[in-house]
Design a protein around this ligand. Structure first.
Ligand SMILES: Nc1ncnc2c1ncn2[C@@H]1O[C@H](COP(=O)(O)OP(=O)(O)OP(=O)(O)O)[C@@H](O)[C@H]1O
Ligand SMILES: [Mg+2]
Length: 395
């Protein structure tokens, strides 16, 4: 009979897998010393009863923004002062009202009950500030807030009215386009200061992974070259530390499944395919049906190469022509007994697929069928097709 002891001792590779999770915050954050110091400097006036400047933290995904801010919050929490930092994940707290309620609740538990109007919450905020309190709200993924201009306006007004205390905004974002969409007044108010988090280089990722592996893996169970490879692959793609950790964890799992004692390069290569596929399926699975049909059409055609370019002998770098994709889209709709939508909608689907990074489109240069759009799939066509096929046709 199987025994639990046997299962417990099964782990030959991982010592503590939770250390490798992206939710784990390591004791030190190498290569972010400068950003952390700058952040502390900007926030330090709050310890002397002065209002810190508003701040925006910008950097690509997995560049350590969230964990750096959390580290600073931890340090700030140790200080004695009439000041408090509040962390809000704006995917969840995505409106002015929710942010007010969540923040003020820490001072007045009775606000837990819903039903207080915004004016009431605003008065409560003023009461807290008027006692000289310094409040700093960290708005992580600030671009997710639906009424951000209203929020910034209200907080700015509260600051003006409060006289003694103050409220500062620390916005975090990984969207470059976010700044342009802001109202000019909100922009100048939010962008008083900016801290940039650059993506990690291969050498930096290597050090980060080494640090984590020491705690996460059994000693001697991972080849140094495997760590280097994971770092190099990640640096080439994005510099995203979260991706690098995922890659290494998956490599460990694969090695363990294969009853190996040591993770090597081949496990990292295998993990890369698996992680990429996971990321693609995550995105595809959440797409509405019509988008998936368009994607299915693109993937199917990509597997055979563009018909038009073959006919006309054009070298086109794996691009498809919008017209042939649309034809294929109608065909797929028919085989699914779905009514295909108009061209206008079709273009909208293409737009959204491009926004999600699934495809790239470019206007054709002169000569190719007048003016048309060229479409290219971002991922492996066979992988994408397998996913859409399963979702659409159930096979
Ligand atoms: N300098 C670092 N040292 C060690 N681990 C790091 C470092 N930077 C990031 N990480 C790891 O990567 C994970 C992702 O980082 P973090 O969540 O801070 O990224 P982010 O910049 O907030 O990304 P996003 O824009 O997607 O929210 C962290 O939880 C941490 O495990
Ligand atoms: Mg983050």
């Amino acid at each position: 009979m199987a025994s639990f002891d046997e299962m417990l001792s099964k782990h030959t590779i991982f010592k503590n897998i939770s250390v490798l999770s992206p939710h784990y915050i390591p004791k030190t954050l190498p290569f972010r010393e400068e950003q952390i110091k700058e952040l502390m400097m900007i926030l330090s006036p709050a310890l002397k009863e002065q209002k810190p400047r508003n701040l925006i933290i910008y950097g690509k995904t997995g560049s350590g923004k969230t964990c750096s801010v959390k580290k600073v919050m931890e340090e700030f929490g140790k200080m004695k002062a009439d000041a408090k930092m509040h962390y809000l994940n704006c995917r969840i707290y995505n409106s002015r009202y929710r942010i007010f309620q969540k923040t003020l609740k820490t001072y007045m538990p009775e606000l837990e009950k819903a039903g207080f109007g915004l004016p009431y919450l605003y008065e409560k905020l003023l009461e807290i500030l008027k006692e000289g309190h310094q409040m700093m709200v960290v708005l992580d993924e600030v671009d997710m807030i639906k009424d951000l201009d209203d929020l910034i306006y209200t907080l700015t007004r509260a600051n003006d009215e409060a006289v003694s205390g103050g409220i500062s905004i620390i916005g975090i974002s990984n969207k470059l386009s976010f700044k342009e969409n802001l109202d000019p007044r909100s922009k100048s108010s939010l962008y008083e200061t900016e801290i940039l988090f650059p993506p990690y280089t291969s050498e930096q990722l290597q050090k980060i992974l080494e640090q984590r592996s020491k705690e996460g893996f059994v000693e001697g169970s991972i080849e140094a070259s495997a760590i280097n490879l994971a770092a190099a692959i990640t640096a080439q793609e994005s510099g995203d530390a979260r991706y690098a950790l995922k890659l290494l964890t998956k490599a460990g799992e694969i090695a363990e499944q294969n009853k190996k004692e040591k993770v090597d390069d081949s496990d990292v290569e295998a993990a890369r395919k698996k992680v990429e596929l996971d990321l693609v399926s995550e995105t595809v699975n959440t797409l509405p049906e019509m988008h998936q049909i368009v994607l299915h059409a693109i993937a199917s055609l990509s597997m055979n190469g563009s018909r038009y370019s073959r006919l006309e002998g054009i070298e086109n770098d794996g691009f498809l022509i919008s017209g042939e994709v649309h034809e294929e889209y109608e065909k797929v709709c028919k085989s699914l007994r779905k009514k295909s939508r108009s061209l206008r909608w079709y273009r909208e689907y293409l737009n959204e697929l491009e926004m999600l990074g699934m495809i790239t489109t470019t206007p054709s240069s002169r000569g190719i069928r007048g003016h048309t759009t060229l479409i290219r799939l971002g991922q492996n066509p066979k992988d994408v097709r397998n996913i859409t096929k399963k979702n659409l046709f159930g096979e």
